[in-house]
Structures are given as structure tokens and as C-alpha cells.
Design a protein around this ligand. Structure first.
Ligand SMILES: [Zn+2]
Length: 411
């Protein structure tokens, strides 16, 4: 019975994800703006939730046929639904998830689906669960869920339009497009920003919350002012970065280097793949109230879609040879990614020798400010010359420090 339940939960999660995929997937330009738009749609449309319930039930019934262990399918399915209707499953699941600091989008969607079955569409917590699922998923995260759902339903004989990026792949995050995405919502220069944001004036950080609710309402936002008392760090990090062809972009918010697969950060021996790194001026993180000249953020993702950012503070000093290479090829104006012929770069060139760090739970520091991002800010800083700082095409692209809200900082 337990195994069946787990499989049905999976089916539910896929069904719910597929619903959002069907109804809300318009093009593959989803970004933070679309997430905000979808969130509003969820709030406004009780009818859609009703439809979701039906779509879920249909997907559940259809897909369950394919689940081999469900021999007396409909009876067992009924039993499961009855079991769930008591609300105990929901309680158990919530209790189990409570131990985790943040839920993956998949689990959020699953939780929303079970809420839908047990509490119905009028329960505000159901809407909240789906909202959280949408908010917590960045573009590639959502794509992964939607691809999984599309592939599963297509395999079950459903008529589903499977996005080309999803075809024949259970783990689309291993493919190229995911590498282009990252912590920042701006993915590539050839995509128009659905919602504009910036660092000054009417589009500055104070206004991000209008289009991206988490930026204003989140309780674990980054960056932080790093100051004691510190907790003892319980694990270590070790970067293992490899040289590869340089791919660099000016996305209008920063200079970003998209990293080919193969570079990893081990966090207590768990591998996180380096996806991209980018720069902020001045550093977003502060040490006892003081920023450094700049910071490099190395953005990593593990196989579950968890994000971890390694921050290397850059202090004014000697010229940095790694930066010299990057600045030589960085486009001065916003535009598409460039890959200069024959130029290789090893991200490890920007790291200090020592990997002692400060660490805290935070968020993306750009819209949509998604939380559940672990930060490791290295204590050793590396040099960058004043001329190199001034040659960076963005005068100021740092989000102000955010309230700590009781979060522990390890260090
Ligand atoms: Zn950053």
C-alpha cells in the first residue's frame, strides 16, 4: 500500500505540474515576470483550480493505468483517495517536509495537488501551495517539472505537446539550455525582458516587489551584512573547476560567464555543478557594514535543482590576470552571448587559495528573488585593480543588504 501511495503521489505531482504546463506554458520565454503573472492568475481564477481538480483526476486515472503494481486499479485508487480525504496523508507529508528548510518545486506542486484532493479548491492553503510552487521554481526548475510531466503523460498515451527541449529526456537539466539559465532571471541577450528591473530609480530594488512578490515579502533574502556572532560551520566546500571554452554575455544587469558542464563544487562531498558566474559592483555582501570593491558569484545547481552560490570578494589591489582575460572579451553593451574563438577560461583562476567561508541561507539577489539558495562567502579576498573595477560596464549593480530575520551565519 505504501508503495502505491508513493506512486500515486508522484502521479499527482506530475498531473498538477502538467496542468500548469498546459494552461500556462505559452512559449519558452518564461521568466520571473511570467512567474508573477502566473501567480496572479492562480489567485484570480478559482475556476482554473476547479479545472485543475478535474484535470488532475483525469491525469490520475489515465496515468494510473500505466503503473504496473496497480493491479486492481480503480479500487485501489479509490482507497487511496479515501485515505487522503481524511487529511492524514497531507498532515504526514507536511510533517515530513517541515524538516526541510525549503521544498523543491516538484514537492511544492505535489503538496498543492494533495491539498487540492483533500481540501478542495476553496481552501486558501491550496492556492498558497500552488503559488509557492510557482514562486520557488526558477525558469529551468519549472521546465524540469513540466518536462517530466509532459514526458510521463506522453508515455501514458496522452495527447501532450512535448516541448522540443523536453523530448526524450527525463532530465532536461543536463542539457544545454539549463546551463544558460542560472541565478539571474535574465537568461540570454536575445530574450526580451518581460518585466524590466534595475538598480536605480523607479525600477530599483525598492520596486522589485511590485512584480516579484518574494523580493518584498521573503523572509530569507540575500545579500546579508555578515557580522558575528557566528555559528560553527558544519561542513566544508571544495571547488573543482575545469578549463573550457569561454562563453560570456552582457545581459543588461551584469557580465556573466556561462560555464560548460564539468566544473563542480563539492559541499560536504555532495556535487553541485557550476552553471555560471557573474559580478556585482560593489560587492553585495558586506563585512561588518562594509562592501568590497566587487564580488564574483559562482552559481551551482545539484541534481535536485538546489542552488548554491560561492561568493569571492574582490578587493582593490594588484591587477587580476583572470579578470583581464574576461574584461577583454566582455561585451560593453547588452547583447547575445559571445564565444571568442580559441579562448579557454578556468573559473578556478578567480579563486583564492583558502576556502574558509561564511555561510547562510538566502535567495537570488535579483528578481524573482527565489529563496532556498545557500551562500558561501569566502573569507579570503582576491585582488582586482582600480582600473579593472572602473572598466566593469556597470557602475552599480548590487542589491542592498537585507534583514537577517534571525538567520544564523556560519563562520
Ligand atoms: Zn549575483
Amino acid at each position: 500500500m505504501k508503495r502505491i501511495l508513493v506512486e500515486v503521489l508522484l502521479v499527482l505531482a506530475l498531473g498538477a505540474a502538467a496542468f500548469f504546463g498546459w494552461t500556462n506554458w505559452k512559449s519558452n520565454t518564461a521568466n520571473g515576470g511570467q512567474v508573477a503573472e502566473l501567480t496572479t492568475q492562480v489567485e484570480e481564477s478559482g475556476k482554473k483550480l476547479k479545472a485543475a481538480e478535474e484535470a488532475l483526476a483525469a491525469a490520475l486515472a489515465e496515468t494510473a493505468k500505466q503503473v504496473e503494481p496497480l493491479k486492481t486499479k480503480s479500487l485501489e485508487l479509490d482507497a487511496v483517495r479515501t485515505a487522503m480525504s481524511s487529511g492524514e496523508t497531507l498532515k504526514d507529508l507536511e510533517a515530513a517536509y517541515k524538516k526541510e528548510k525549503s521544498l523543491s518545486p516538484d514537492r511544492q506542486v505535489g503538496l498543492g495537488a494533495i491539498r487540492l484532493l483533500t481540501k478542495g479548491s476553496k481552501d486558501p492553503a491550496t492556492v498558497e501551495a500552488f503559488k509557492k510552487a510557482l514562486e520557488s521554481a526558477d525558469w529551468s526548475g519549472r521546465k524540469q517539472v513540466i518536462c517530466a510531466a509532459q514526458n510521463a503523460l506522453a508515455a501514458a498515451g496522452e495527447k501532450v505537446n512535448v516541448m522540443s527541449e523536453c523530448e526524450g529526456s527525463g532530465q532536461p537539466s543536463d542539457k544545454g539550455p539549463a546551463a544558460k539559465s542560472g541565478a539571474h532571471s535574465s537568461k540570454a541577450g536575445d530574450e526580451k525582458h518581460a518585466v524590466n528591473w534595475g538598480y536605480e530609480g523607479a525600477m530599483g530594488p525598492e520596486s522589485w516587489g511590485n512584480d516579484f512578490p518574494t523580493c518584498a515579502r521573503g523572509k530569507a533574502q540575500a545579500p546579508l551584512n555578515i557580522q558575528g556572532p557566528f555559528e560553527k560551520a558544519l561542513f566544508n566546500v571544495s571547488p573543482d573547476y575545469k578549463s573550457g571554452p569561454l562563453k560570456i554575455i552582457n545581459n543588461g544587469h551584469t557580465i556573466q560567464v556561462n560555464v560548460p558542464p564539468g566544473s563542480k563544487l563539492r559541499i560536504d562531498s555532495q556535487p553541485f555543478e557550476l552553471v555560471q558566474f557573474h559580478f556585482h559592483r560593489p560587492s553585495e555582501e558586506q563585512l561588518n557594514g562594509k562592501p568590497s570593491a566587487m564580488v564574483a558569484h559562482f552559481v551551482h545547481k545539484n541534481s535536485e535543482g538546489r542552488l548554491a552560490v560561492l561568493g569571492v570578494l574582490l578587493k582593490e589591489g594588484n591587477e587580476n590576470p583572470g579578470i583581464k582575460t574576461l574584461w577583454t572579451h566582455a561585451p560593453a553593451k547588452e547583447g547575445p552571448e559571445v564565444s571568442p574563438e580559441g579562448v579557454n577560461f578556468n573559473p578556478g583562476n578567480l579563486l583564492p587559495r583558502e576556502y574558509e567561508f561564511y555561510s547562510y541561507e538566502g535567495s537570488l539577489t535579483t528578481p524573482p528573488c527565489t529563496e532556498g539558495v545557500r551562500f558561501f562567502i569566502l573569507k579570503s579576498q582576491v585582488n582586482i585593480s582600480r582600473e579593472q573595477v572602473e572598466a566593469f560596464p556597470f557602475k552599480k549593480n548590487a542589491r542592498p543588504v537585507q534583514p537577517q530575520n534571525g538567520r544564523a551565519i556560519a563562520g
